[in-house]
Every structure is written in structure tokens, then in C-alpha cells.
Design a binder for this molecule. Structure first.
Ligand code: 13P
Ligand code: SF4
Length: 301
């Protein structure tokens, strides 16, 4: 019998891959899609934590990551043994972890969040009188503490791509534009960049902001996130002057090396069953990681 193959692609993958995918989305949308997918094989053109999440949510499917090297700096900068000690040193706190984390990290968490639902989930926990610790993204945590006046202790890892955006390069770029300008930014960016932003949100959130944009048609819109999203934004609004935020003068060049390991050839091979199969997580690890992910998905639906 022919196998049912479903290909998922994150917004940061190259346009040709997004064109051939069955579903393109942000982390939350792709997790939900993976959970419901009626597939024998899920090819995940994204990074490893995304493929692991798909496997945890749909264990009956064979999940394949096209390139085994597609990790994420938020995962590689987090030592899980140290994380466990950190969590144990805050016994009266709820541990909220960003989805950009390993399965073992998720298993040490009470809630998983994505950039799309993090504000609402943490607000919900504070409204219930809970104390919260947040990992692994220090920039995202610092932004939440600043924006809502929280006092969450933070783990200290960063996205090596978003962490490169900086206020000085942005100010220079802003000054070079005579007319109106806007900045939209992903919350993995450093706080001084986020403080300058007109909108902060997930990849889908930024895309929706661009789709709904109705201000000055001549304005320049700077986008502080990985360059892959500019493809979707350009398709949705070819009338707008959309530019990736610079990381230094003249450089609109900030790509995620791990997302870009998803070459078209690697994705095609994965559709034939080659690549890294996510078959190394034990039942116990998957069950422990599933609980906080399902808690998030139930909250978000
Ligand atoms: P989104 O969930 O906003 O798509 O973010 C995923 C990611 O890895 C951002 O760097
Ligand atoms: Fe990880 Fe950053 Fe790449 Fe997203 S852009 S996958 S957070 S390294």
C-alpha cells in the first residue's frame, strides 16, 4: 500500500520548500497540524525540536527530519542536568518552557508555550496567583518581565539568530529613511530592539500584522526576524516596502543556519524515507513531554 506522506514546513525554510509543503506555519500551527495528520510519514522541514514535538503528539507516524544537523541554539545552550537543578531550586514556582527545547527539557516543565500563546498563558498563571520560572529564552523572558511587570527568574539561552538584531543598527537604518517607518519583531530579539517595536509577536502574528497593514503605503516596514518570512510577507503584500532589520549597516542577511539545512534535495529524500527518523525517544520520555504540550494545546484551542 502507498504510504501517506505529509510534509510540514516552517516559515523560515526556503520558498521552494514552502511551495511543496502540505502545511506551512509557525510552531503552534505545525504542532496542531502534526497531531491531527493522518499520515504514515511526516516530513518536518524545520528543526529538530519541532520534529520531536510532532512525534510526541503523533507517535504512530514515522517522523523524519531532512537533515540531522538542524538543531536550535536554544536547545544546544541548555544543559538539561543544570536545568533540573535550577528547577529544583524553585520548588514553589511553575516552570514554563518555550517550545524551542528538547524533549527532556519539556519533560521537566509544567507548561510549554510558543511565541503565539506565551503572553496569554503566563497572564493566566499570574492571574491564578502562581509564581513562574521561564526557560530557555532569556530575551523572551526579559521582554515578558518588562512588558507586564513580572519578576520571573529566567534561564539564560538565546536564539543565535534573533540575538544579533541590535538597537544601534536599527537606529541607523531608521535615520536613513526619510518618511514613516515601522518595526515588527519576534520576541526572541533583545529587549532594546523589542522596546522600539510597533508590534511584537510570532511569525504568524507578524505575517497577520503585515496583511492587515493600512497605514502610509510609502512607509518602510522593518522586520526583525529570520529572512524566510519575507517570502510570505511579500506574497501577501507586494505593495509594501518590507525590509529585514539589519544586524549591521547594509546587512539584511540574518538567516537561521539550521532552518536552511532543509535543502530541497534533503526534503525530497526525506519524503522517500531518508533523513533522521525521530525514533530515539523512549515511551516514558514522550509521555512526560506530552503532558505540558497538551496542556498548552488545550489552553490554545
Ligand atoms: P514561531 O513559533 O514564531 O514560528 O517561532 C519559531 C522559531 O524558531 C523562531 O525562531
Ligand atoms: Fe532556533 Fe533561532 Fe533558528 Fe528559531 S531562528 S530555530 S530559535 S536558532
Amino acid at each position: 500500500m502507498t504510504k501517506r506522506v505529509v510534509t510540514l514546513a516552517h516559515y523560515y525554510t526556503q520558498p521552494e520548500i514552502q511551495q511543496m509543503a502540505d502545511k506551512v506555519g509557525d510552531s503552534l500551527e505545525l504542532s496542531l497540524f502534526a497531531r491531527e495528520a493522518e499520515a504514515d510519514i511526516i516530513v518536518f522541514a524545520g528543526v529538530r525540536f519541532m520534529a520531536e514535538t510532532a512525534k510526541i503528539l503523533n507517535p504512530a507516524a514515522t517522523v523524519i527530519l531532512p537533515d540531522a544537523g538542524s538543531t536550535c541554539s536554544l536547545v544546544t545552550q541548555t544543559d538539561v542536568v543544570a536545568l533540573k537543578r535550577w528547577r529544583e531550586s524553585h520548588p514553589d514556582h511553575v516552570h514554563v518552557s518555550y517550545i524551542n527545547s528538547s524533549a527532556q527539557h519539556k519533560a521537566l516543565s509544567d507548561w510549554i508555550v510558543t511565541s503565539r500563546n506565551v503572553d496569554d498563558i503566563i497572564a493566566h498563571l499570574y492571574a491564578e496567583g502562581k509564581k513562574v520560572i521561564f526557560s530557555p529564552d532569556r530575551n523572551m523572558g526579559a521582554y515578558l518581565n518588562y512588558q507586564y511587570g513580572y519578576d520571573m527568574p529566567l534561564w539564560s539561552a538565546v536564539c543565535e539568530v534573533h540575538d544579533k538584531f541590535n538597537e544601534a543598527a536599527l537606529t541607523e537604518a531608521f535615520n536613513a529613511v526619510p518618511g514613516k517607518k515601522f518595526l515588527i519583531a519576534h520576541p526572541e530579539s533583545p529587549l532594546p530592539v523589542l522596546q522600539k517595536a510597533d508590534y511584537v509577536g510570532s511569525t504568524s502574528g507578524m505575517l497577520n500584522w503585515v496583511k492587515a497593514y493600512a497605514d502610509d503605503p510609502k512607509a518602510v516596514i522593518f522586520v526583525a526576524t529570520e529572512d524566510g518570512i519575507l517570502y510570505n510577507m511579500g506574497l501577501a503584500r507586494p505593495d509594501l516596502d518590507l525590509r529585514q532589520a539589519p544586524i549591521y549597516a547594509g546587512c539584511q542577511c540574518n538567516s537561521c543556519p539550521y532552518m536552511k539545512m532543509n535543502t530541497i534535495e534533503a526534503v525530497r529524500r526525506a519524503q522517500q524515507g531518508e533523513g533522521l527518523e525521530i525514533d530515539y525517544l523512549s515511551e516514558a520520555e514522550m509521555a512526560a513531554a506530552r503532558l505540558p504540550i497538551e496542556r498548552m494545546l488545550d489552553f490554545s484551542q
